[in-house]
Unconditional design. Structure first.
Length: 340
């Protein structure tokens, strides 16, 4: 196969789109077009349309042509004007970040020229930039750039859109139903290691479980939640709402073994699970952040739960969480008995 380093044409991009839709691999598409396989992999990676909705994202030849055209137009400024390019390279070596360079140029400019940070990143990872190894001057010197629209923080990974709190049924939001839980992780000083506590609170009764964990790995954390909830009657475990911490990403464990729905709050919105946050504040009276949780046993933690369960709450008309929780359980049992 002969090597061809010319720019891909719109016709070639149309062929790539059609063959991808037909299920062909990128390697076979490269062979069909007489291109190096790296050219096709790079084309699909750089010029795909990225969107949170999986039905919208993908490689589309018209979009790809436009993306490539814009990128070439912006890069021409750096390629055609040596003094401008030399300035950008010198500042990268200083080292300034692409964002700092772009901000400086926007404020002061050089002979009226300005480029955005994305153009500078594109130049860094262009063939010339790679030859100069400009990526070495970045704070995170990745040899290959990660896709712009998929560089998500950990708390956004692995959570389908349909599990967003905004898709949670209204009766849960309005505290009308029993058996809907909120979950959170209580962490302690780093010097004491990774041990932590999962707090689970039933929203209507404020009944609470506190579960000690040795680390923050998702499967062990979610397995303990599963074991705790599966011991309850089916109608008292309908849903659970978490924040977007990576420790709660193994939601399929609950879906498969407990048959309850999981929902996730928006990033940085603790008020969306206010019942849990309030309960955590009460737990901190017994287990402040400075506590060496390694020295606290699960038995001792269970005693704290009992104190919480038997303390009257104003939001419950001064009944205790224990009273309200078990009153609901008895009502459920009575309804089931009547139906049978």
């Amino acid at each position: 196969m002969s090597k061809n380093y010319s720019q891909l044409s719109l016709d070639e991009r149309r062929t790539i789109y059609k063959l991808l839709e037909a299920g062909r691999s990128k390697t076979s598409i490269a062979e069909y077009l007489g291109r190096h396989r790296a050219t096709i992999f790079r084309e699909v990676r750089r010029n795909s349309f990225y969107h949170e909705d999986p039905f919208v994202r993908g490689y589309f030849h018209v979009n790809a042509q436009e993306f490539a055209k814009r990128r070439r137009f912006k890069l021409r400024k750096l390629i055609r004007y040596p003094e401008f390019k030399a300035f950008v390279i010198s500042k990268l070596q200083f080292p300034w970040s692409p964002d700092q360079i772009a901000g400086y140029l926007k404020r002061l400019g050089i002979d009226g020229f300005y480029v955005c940070r994305e153009t500078i990143y594109d130049f860094i990872y262009s063939s010339e930039g790679r030859e100069l190894k400009l990526y070495r001057y970045l704070r995170k010197s990745f040899k290959n750039r990660r896709k712009r629209f998929t560089r998500k923080p950990r708390h956004l990974r692995g959570i389908p859109h349909e599990l967003s709190i905004h898709n949670r049924p209204e009766d849960i939001d309005e505290l009308q139903g029993f058996g809907h839980w909120e979950g959170d992780l209580m962490i302690f000083r780093r010097e004491f290691g990774n041990a932590n506590i999962t707090s689970l609170v039933e929203r209507q009764s404020r009944y609470t479980y506190l579960i000690k964990n040795q680390n923050r790995r998702s499967e062990p954390v979610m397995s303990k939640i599963r074991d705790k909830l599966v011991s309850l009657p089916r109608h008292s475990r309908c849903s659970v709402t978490f924040d977007r911490g990576s420790e709660f990403l193994a939601w399929k464990l609950l879906e498969k073994h407990v048959e309850l729905g999981s929902y996730y709050c928006d990033p940085q919105t603790p008020w969306q699970k206010g019942t849990n946050e309030n309960t955590n504040g009460r737990v901190r009276q017994f287990l402040p952040r400075k506590t060496n949780i390694n020295e606290v046993s699960q038995v001792q933690i269970n005693r704290i739960c009992e104190k919480l369960h038997h303390t009257p709450r104003r939001c419950l008309n001064y009944r205790t969480p224990h009273e309200v929780f078990y009153n609901h359980l008895h009502q459920i049992e009575d309804r089931i008995t009547c139906l049978t």
